[in-house]
Design a binder for this molecule. Structure first.
Ligand SMILES: *Cc1c(COP(=O)(O)O)cnc(C)c1O
Length: 448
């Protein structure tokens, strides 16, 4: 069980000195959990199709080289959306043939590099397609090339993460006047355009709406191939976006449910005529990351208990600025890292930053936190601790992978006798690094 592994890891992080008064916040990644999610993804699609599928992990969800290497070892590729993400993927050893480049603002240099390497590229718009025309004419490339379309099927519950609205900034807006015709024409004129891409959304978008977006892209591919008179589009990239449950340890919805829904609603997608690319991010990593932070002080204000911790806006930026859209659980442990149980009290859990809104949780029912306690913030493996926000020059925390091995005859570690081993995924940022990244080498720049 992921939750018993987490309890063991919290205890061990305190025991082994990973979390201490000198190092009051760290992040953990559950290696076995990540492997399990990767296997669940590949087997969910293998259960519904014999077509070749590249599962390209959306690097932006957790841009950490060791994570990319682990996923690659588990059979996944990568989806990158910037030169930085591509550099991470290459550092992890992911080959160009398993790399997909999507982004709405690729420069000519980025496109040239991608085509020189043979990385798949999805053009976001017709201006980008014109740049590809020039590159394709100037040198041969192994890159599979496609166009991203926006099926405009509508929004989910979080506007900022809904990519298929009528006015989304992504892709060619298919329902706009003349757009569909222009896309079909673009394929007719370019025999080297062999892919079609859509990504209907992320957290907050229901599965049925995701499937509707994929269905629209499939219908367009069929129309294009019919018009051209051959299977010119040979691969459909259906994006990512499986939502994550932030309310409990349950992993729902599952990849298997989504794959079955696609098989029911867009059966032609899986009949073998198309290769497939997926681009899941959050759903592969979110559940496998946990932030641990020490409670530095406790106090009451207006009668409400407040625990002041070291985890706040720098690690949980979305939650702090948009708490209703991005609720996170907070789990209470004592100073030895043992779960606190028993009676609960309504309290606030605050971060270390100097603004009043820096709260991880407001009015939350939890066992009363004490000075020196540890709070764990689960479900933070994607878009949280790997997305540091440098408010107050707070350092990026260290990130540690962990594995649990049974210590003789246990049945899953429930009894707390598993042995936890940690490995460094990323070292904590040092003060010297903060100074260097803050113009330290240019101290006189504004006074000369
Ligand atoms: C962000 C993004 C993804 C991944 O979305 P998740 O919600 O993390 O699964 C996939 N494809 C594209 C094009 C994206 O922008």
């Amino acid at each position: 069980m992921a939750s018993s592994r987490r309890d063991l890891a919290v205890r061990a992080a305190v025991d082994q000195g990973l979390l201490s008064s000198a190092e009051p916040v760290v992040a953990l990644l559950d290696t076995a959990g990540i492997r399990t999610s990767a296997a669940a993804l590949t087997s969910a699609f293998a259960a519904v199709t014999d077509a070749p599928v590249l599962h390209a992990f959306a690097v932006k969800a957790t841009p950490l080289v060791p994570v990319l290497r682990l996923l690659h070892e588990a059979g996944l590729g990568v989806e990158v959306a910037s030169p930085g993400e591509l550099a991470l993927a290459r550092a992890a050893g992911v080959p160009p043939a398993e790399t997909v480049l999507d982004s709405p603002a690729k420069t000519p240099a980025e496109l040239r590099q991608a085509l020189a390497l043979g990385i798949a590229v999805n053009a976001d718009n017709l201006q980008e397609l014109a740049r590809l025309d020039a590159l394709v004419a100037s040198a041969p490339t192994a890159s599979p090339l496609g166009i991203r379309v926006n099926p405009q099927v509508g929004a989910g519950s979080i506007g900022a993460l809904s990519t298929a609205t009528a006015t989304s900034k992504f892709g060619v807006a298919l329902r706009d006047e003349g757009a569909r015709k222009a896309v079909v024409q673009a394929y007719l004129e370019r025999p080297w355009l062999t892919r079609l891409h859509t990504h209907t959304g992320s957290q907050g978008v229901p599965l049925a709406l995701m499937a509707e977006g994929v269905g629209e892209a499939y219908a367009l591919a069929e129309e294009i191939n019919r018009t051209v008179g051959r299977q010119q589009i040979d691969t459909l990239d259906i994006g990512g976006g499986l939502p994550v449950n932030f309310h409990s340890d349950e992993e729902t919805p599952t990849y298997a449910e989504y794959a079955r829904l696609l098989a029911d609603t867009v059966p032609g997608l899986f009949d073998g005529r198309y290769g497939l690319v997926t681009e899941f991010g959050r759903s592969l990593l979110a559940k496998h990351g946990t932030v641990l932070a020490r409670v530095e002080y406790t106090k009451t204000s207006g009668g409400r208990p407040i625990a002041v911790t070291h985890a706040g806006v720098q690690l949980a930026t979305r939650t702090v600025y948009a708490p209703d859209a991005w609720p996170l659980r907070v789990l209470a442990y004592d100073s030895e890292g043992r779960p606190r149980t028993g009676e609960t009290t309504v309290q606030d859990v605050a971060g270390p930053a100097c603004f009043a809104g820096d709260l991880l949780a407001t009015g939350r029912e939890l066992p009363l936190l004490h000075q020196g306690d540890v709070v764990a913030v689960p479900d933070t493996g994607a878009y949280y601790f790997a997305h540091h926000y440098a408010y107050n020059s707070l350092p990026r925390p260290g990130i540690h992978g962990f594995t649990v091995t049974e210590n003789g005859g246990g049945d899953g570690g429930e009894g707390g006798d598993g042995v936890v081993a940690f490995t460094t995924v990323r070292k904590p940022q040092t003060l010297a690094e903060i100074v260097a990244e803050s113009g330290g080498a240019h101290a006189n720049a504004l006074v000369g």
